[in-house]
Design a protein. Structure first.
Length: 637
């Protein structure tokens, strides 16, 4: 055996290596330095290491170990303590979930193991070498230190868990941050004269009339002028004589734009804020003046003042630009879709009022409800209309003719405003979806107790019902009864679970994504049916299991976490995946608007930077894992 030139022989003692002199130590160090240099060279071309400062990257490279696996060799199993963050240098790795279902086949430069490291250090999946594979393994401490030290590095591995910070403004302000928290109040038996003096002394334009903190009414300066002075009313009478009883209210959790929307539609300037019937605050027009963004203000104002469908259509034509502005402001995706949906709600209510103005008030109570994405408050730049009418059982055949005409008028108006007719005809203008309450009760009873493929499809859509206009008392009992019956019927729940697994994330084996194979959208991802729909379906099942009446997908997942239907860690992963997928969809639509194209749901993977593409793939893996877990639990039960 020959030794390196110029280096003396060293001595082996026992099981260890004893260095005889400094020159060999120099040689050994050189080997280590050469290995580190190779790792460094590889990292320089991989995300997210290529964004790190050179000195920081050199230091990090020393914390990687190199390890080789043969084909079929286990890297770790679900629940194992992770050695660190895994980075594929050569070869491929198969990732499977807790039930053994494949969720991904990773290639060179892909990472895995970060989910477990960022959570509790335990593997959330199982990893096996699919071919002869060389991995670079970063120690857990070095990984966590780098996450804490480098924002760019952290963003890559947090996978959307830190939601985008909203731009400042009323759009994202909660009412609790806007309201006057100690509104001036008066007891219900205070005289009108005493109330007037109290308003003068406290320099306020309204008083909340309360009884043991419960809101009973509202009295304003205008009431004093119009009802007292103008009519010569006796000021010794109690304030209950002139107050507006049971005024419109909002909850502290509402958004600031809910205030302006409510004020404009109801033509009021003072809005009490209540929680469980108890007064907690007050918002006035003055309170919101400094917060409101002019673009949305103008849209809402114009819609509430519109006299014709054409005038409203002129306003809704600006929705794509509005979407682009919201996304450009880096608002969270659910805030964007909520604001887009708010416009659809206003248009719907305005059309109903226009119809009633032309044809007279409704002969019996009714409820106009939205379903689908509008019902969930998740509309984007590409949304059709899904709606229905629930009518009081007292309606006669003549009354039903009134509502059939109303449905046709409103649905036609929505179509004219850009909310195209539902391809599946799930609209109030279809006789099937414009019915008395008793018929709706029979619908849900049949869907739940005799589930078939059509029943599952219809129930899925109709469980997203949300009241838009009319009498809410027609809806609450129907909703509660349907949810309770559905939750108790294990066969129906099993069918719902099966239905929820029909749409799967677009995960491929070799390149990470399974794109559309033919047609005009060949090579693209369908960010609706294979992106957000699997999450919407999961959320709907979780809502049944947890018993929540929430329609919004994010709210349903939150409720499932709180009810213990899914674990806190699994729920956090799913919310992060939802944020990543939904945000990618909206950003794609906003970019299409920016370049002058009509927005759609078809995203080309090649248009996504590698940095974001990795996150999106990971998000799809999480959804696939949660689907597999739901399917497995259903099979066991």
């Amino acid at each position: 055996m020959g030794w390196p030139s110029g280096l003396p022989v060293f001595i082996l003692l026992g099981a260890g290596v004893k260095l005889a002199c400094a020159p060999f130590s120099f040689y050994f160090s050189g080997v280590v330095m050469d290995a580190t240099q190779k790792i460094l060279t590889f990292l320089e071309a991989a995300h997210p290491y290529d964004v790190l400062p050179r000195t920081e990257l050199e230091e990090l490279a020393q914390s990687f170990a190199r390890k080789t696996y043969t084909e079929g060799e286990a890297i770790y199993a679900h629940g194992d303590l992770l050695e660190g963050l895994y980075l594929i240098k050569e070869g491929s790795v198969e990732i499977t979930d807790v039930n053994g279902a494949q969720v991904s086949l990773l290639q060179k430069s892909n990472h895995f193991g970060e989910r477990g490291l960022l959570r509790d250090g335990l593997a959330a999946t199982t990893a096996v070498a699919a071919s002869k594979t060389t991995l670079l393994i970063l120690t857990p401490k070095a990984f966590k230190d780098e996450v804490a030290k480098s924002p760019a590095f952290a963003r890559y591995f947090n996978r959307g868990q830190a939601r985008p910070q909203a731009a400042a403004g009323l759009m994202t302000q909660h009412v609790s941050d806007l309201m006057a928290k100690d509104p001036v109040t008066c007891p219900i038996d205070m005289t009108i004269l005493e109330c007037a003096r109290l308003m003068r002394d406290r320099r306020v334009s309204c008083l909340a009339v309360t009884d043991n903190a419960a809101l009973k009414g509202l009295v304003t300066v205008r009431d004093m002028t119009n009802k007292v002075l103008a009519e010569g009313l006796d000021t010794a009478l109690p304030v209950s004589t002139i107050m507006t009883p049971d005024p419109i209210t909002l909850e502290p959790s509402a958004l600031g734009t809910d205030v302006i929307q409510t004020m404009l539609e109801a033509k009021i300037g003072h809005l009490p804020i209540t929680e469980a019937g108890r007064l907690v605050g007050m918002v006035t027009q003055t309170d919101i003046t400094g917060f409101f963004g002019s673009s949305q203000t103008q849209m809402i104002f114009e819609l509430t003042k519109a006299k014709t469908v054409a005038e409203m259509a002129d306003v809704t034509a600006r929705l794509p630009t509005f979407l682009m502005q919201l996304v450009g402001a880096h608002l969270a995706h659910d805030v964007v879709t909520r604001k887009i949906t708010d416009v659809a709600d206003i248009v719907t209510r305005r059309l109903i009022k226009m119809y009633e103005s032309d044809c007279g008030a409704a002969p019996v109570p009714y409820l106009w409800a939205a379903c689908g994405s509008q019902g969930r408050q998740e509309q984007t730049g590409v949304s059709d209309q899904d709606n229905c009418l629930i009518i009081d059982n007292a309606a006669t055949d003549a009354d039903m003719a009134y509502f059939n005409a109303m449905a046709k008028y409103v649905c036609d108006g929505l179509d004219a405003c850009g909310y195209v007719y539902c391809p599946g005809d799930m609209m109030a203008m279809a006789d099937r979806w414009c019915q008395r309450l008793c018929v709706w009760e029979s619908y849900f009873d049949t869907w739940i107790n005799k589930p078939d493929s059509e029943a599952q499809m219809l129930a899925s859509v109709m469980f997203d019902l949300r009241p838009i206009a009319g009498d809410n008392s027609l809806f609450k009992p129907l909703q509660q009864s349907a949810l309770q019956s559905a939750k108790k019927n294990s066969i129906f729940v099993a069918h719902m679970i099966s239905n929820s697994l029909k749409h799967t994330p677009p995960l491929g084996l070799l390149r990470g994504f399974a794109t559309i194979r033919s047609g005009e959208q060949r090579g693209h991802l369908d960010m609706k049916h294979n992106g957000v729909v699997p999450l919407v379906d999961l959320g709907r099942v979780y809502a049944l299991q947890s018993g929540t009446s929430a329609c919004n997908t994010r709210a349903r997942i939150d409720a499932a976490i709180e009810a213990g239907v899914i674990s806190a860690s699994g729920g956090a992963d799913l919310l992060a995946a939802y944020d990543t997928i939904a945000t990618a969809r909206l950003e794609h639509q906003a970019e299409q608007v920016r370049v002058g194209d009509a927005p759609d749901n078809y995203l080309s993977p090649s248009a996504i930077p590698a940095f974001e593409r990795s996150h999106l793939r990971d998000a799809f893996v999480i959804v696939r894992t949660m689907q597999s877990s739901l399917g497995s639990s259903s099979a066991r039960s």
